[in-house]
Design a protein around this ligand. Structure first.
Ligand code: ADP
Ligand code: MG
Length: 240
């Protein structure tokens, strides 16, 4: 069966320097695919190529059987991609429920919104916080609320760029559980992440980027036992 997402020879250069070079990536339907690699490896650039923030300098991108290479981001969203970017962007003065309502009103018929709000509140574990202003939530809860807003359109593919940035270990673990619940519910998930414990918790497959290219791919066990991967991480730690 064809993968849900396929990039074929995808490259992106900025002023002649390649941030992503000749990448073939396949994300299978229903998997949790983690994209890892040291700082500057090209993870966020590849993420933006898949969602349509950037157009590739070369190569093509397929999603659910269609060539979306030249499609703007909104058209990819309409086909079932949903994105949570790195910076949180909830409406802080509005309640948790109002935030979900705003996200839902674009995708769900009015009479079904209350039921969908309840479904999302329970999925996110935010039932008791439904009436609180979003700005009062803990940082982790704000991240979950934002994931909930990205779920409003019941995406086939959920894309998360560093969903655990700034979270405590406990919040990180619970974010992993949330991602696994969404995946069990039918969503394919692509996660850009550098926290290896988190990747170990959730990944069904892993792609390692290094200097804009695919350095390794496989199961989490394959990646953990790959000495080369350890070295590129150590190398970047020395550089930092
Ligand atoms: P990662 O997310 O893995 O840390 P990025 O994709 O953000 O890496 O960056 C990869 C490389 O591309 C880095 O060298 C970065 O400086 C460069 N880069 C990323 N975005 C831009 C941009 N908009 N303009 C110029 N260079 C960029
Ligand atoms: Mg990044």
């Amino acid at each position: 069966m064809a993968a849900l997402v396929q990039t074929r020879g995808v490259s992106k250069s900025f002023g002649g320097l390649f941030a992503v070079k000749d990448v073939d990536l396949a994300i299978e339907d229903r998997e949790i695919h983690c994209l890892i690699g040291p700082n500057g490896a090209g993870k966020s650039t590849l993420f933006k190529l898949i969602v349509g923030t950037y157009a590739p300098s070369a190569g093509s991108i397929l999603f659910a059987g269609a060539d979306v290479t030249k499609m703007p981001a909104f058209a990819r969203v309409a086909r079932g991609m949903s994105i949570k970017m790195q910076a949180p962007s909830v409406f802080r003065a509005l309640s948790v429920r109002q935030n979900l309502h705003i996200a839902l009103q674009y995708h769900v018929e009015a009479h079904r919104i209350p039921a969908e709000e309840e479904r999302l509140l329970s999925l996110l574990g935010l039932e008791v916080d439904a009436s609180r202003p979003a700005g009062e939530l803990a940082h982790g809860q704000q991240q979950w609320l934002e994931i909930g807003m990205a779920l409003a359109l019941r995406p086939r593919l959920l894309l998360l760029d560093e969903p655990t940035a700034g979270l405590s270990p406990d919040e990180t673990f619970r974010t992993g559980e949330l991602i696994q619940r969404l995946n069990a519910d039918g969503a394919t998930v692509l996660v850009v992440e550098h926290d290896m414990a988190f990747v170990r918790q959730i990944a069904t497959s892993v792609t390692v980027l290094h200097l804009g290219q695919v350095f390794a791919r496989g199961t989490i066990e394959d990646i953990i036992s790959n000495r080369g991967v350890e070295e590129i991480y150590l190398g970047s730690a020395h550089d930092a």
